[in-house]
Design a protein around this ligand. Structure first.
Ligand code: MLT
Length: 391
């Protein structure tokens, strides 16, 4: 008889955001007609920028025109889009070859898929609190997960500790869920650790567009990172592509472990397991990287930045400790004293009709905290801020 992958049985009953959806739906069944203020999952609400919309429509028309029709796309991405991604990195002073940029259907898909490059016997390090898919994707393939605590004392930015034995290192900056951002010295400590041990960093840069200060946008701004890091990024939060889907992954050509060159291995993987991202979406992505698209994106980003500022202020007015929300779209707040994060979630839902994300859903170190997303409309945020101030 076929044997199943029993590691699925080791997963928590339901994925964090799915579990929240079920709780919220149960509340709405009991209270029909209630309008909730949704600051839970980090799903964008602003529409795509006009340049992207035009490109998507044009590309859809191309597919109906025999003279401009496109069949299979190159599996690793359209060469113009790969070149545009490489040019995007130049803004951070980072030089990458277009063949090091792989177009993907989004960061969350890629964070799971990329694990095929590594032996499941190599443990993964997750800095908690963390985006729950890091842990789940490792559990599914039977990889051991080591955790390192993020705390108020270390600013939710843990650094390598003596005796730490991590082969695969998940790093997310700006961080989901805490909104904390590593500076150069912090990232350099991880790069030094990874090089010394022969580990590989999986750098999740999904929120890089929210950085306003000198903090690095890319791990490749750190000397030596090309020998020890893969960067995964997405247009979901930057350009509102959560429902459209497009991302990119950078794998330096010199990155090798154990006789395997990861760039070549990923070409082999993609050409075998995918037929590439659709022509239409890649045209939309290309428009996002155009100068016009980049200008237009700023309008949406500034709405979310203002939302984050207002949420943070309201939570602080209510007397809660906060972090994030300055270079990140998430505000991380301590729960009122004596209330755990799921109880605070219920209180916000039932008393204030606000949906947020309980910190405990991001791992044990998230207990006692709540994450507020700034991706709602300014009207929703304004009303939520008014209610939160009076907590
Ligand atoms: C979140 O709320 O953490 C994100 O929206 C989840 C994701 O990007 O998949």
């Amino acid at each position: 008889m076929l044997k199943a992958n029993k590691h699925y049985l080791e997963l928590k009953n339901s994925y964090l955001f799915h579990g929240i959806k079920l709780r919220v739906n149960a509340y709405l069944e009991e209270h029909p007609g209630v309008e909730l203020l949704r600051l839970g999952i980090g799903d964008v609400t602003r529409p795509l920028c006009p340049a992207a919309v035009e490109a998507l429509v044009r590309a859809a028309r191309d597919q109906g025109d025999p003279a401009r029709f496109h069949g299979y796309m190159p599996e690793c991405g359209d060469e113009n889009l790969r070149a545009a991604i490489a040019r995007h990195y130049e803004k951070f002073g980072v030089k990458i070859d277009p063949e090091e940029a792989f177009v993907s259907s989004g960061a969350s898909d890629e964070l799971g898929d990329i694990l095929s490059l590594f032996d499941p016997a190599s443990p993964a390090l997750v800095m908690e609190p963390a985006y729950p898919a890091y842990v789940d994707a490792s559990v599914i393939v039977g990889r051991r997960v080591i955790t390192l605590p993020g705390t108020r004392e270390n600013g939710f930015l843990p650094l390598p500790e003596k005796g730490l034995e991590a082969d695969l290192i998940y790093l997310c900056s700006p961080n989901n869920p805490t909104g904390a951002v590593y500076d150069r010295a912090g990232l350099a400590a991880w790069v030094d650790y990874a090089r010394a041990r022969g580990s590989v960093i999986l750098f999740d840069a999904a929120y890089e567009a929210f950085i306003r200060d000198e903090s690095p946008h890319s791990i490749f701004q750190i000397p030596g990172a090309r020998e020890c890091a893969i960067e995964i990024c997405s247009l979901s939060k930057t350009a509102g592509f959560t429902g459209t889907r497009l991302g990119y992954t950078v794998i330096p050509k010199e990155l090798e472990r154990d006789g395997v060159n990861f760039n070549r291995a990923w070409v082999r993987d993609r050409t075998t397991r995918t037929n590439g991202v659709s022509y239409i979406l890649q045209q939309g992505g290309l428009a996002v990287f155009s100068p016009e698209g980049q200008r237009q994106l700023e309008d949406n980003l500034s709405v979310y930045r203002d939302n984050a500022r207002d949420l943070r202020r309201a939570l602080e007015k209510a007397g809660l400790w906060t972090c994030g929300g300055q270079n990140a779209p998430y505000v991380w707040a301590a729960c009122p004293v004596g209330i755990d994060s799921w109880s605070f979630f219920d209180l916000l839902l039932r008393e204030k009709q606000i949906v947020a994300t309980p910190g405990a859903g991001f791992g044990a170190c998230g207990e006692g905290y709540m994450r507020f997303s700034s991706f709602a409309s300014p009207e929703v945020v304004e009303e939520a801020a008014r209610r939160l101030e009076r907590l």
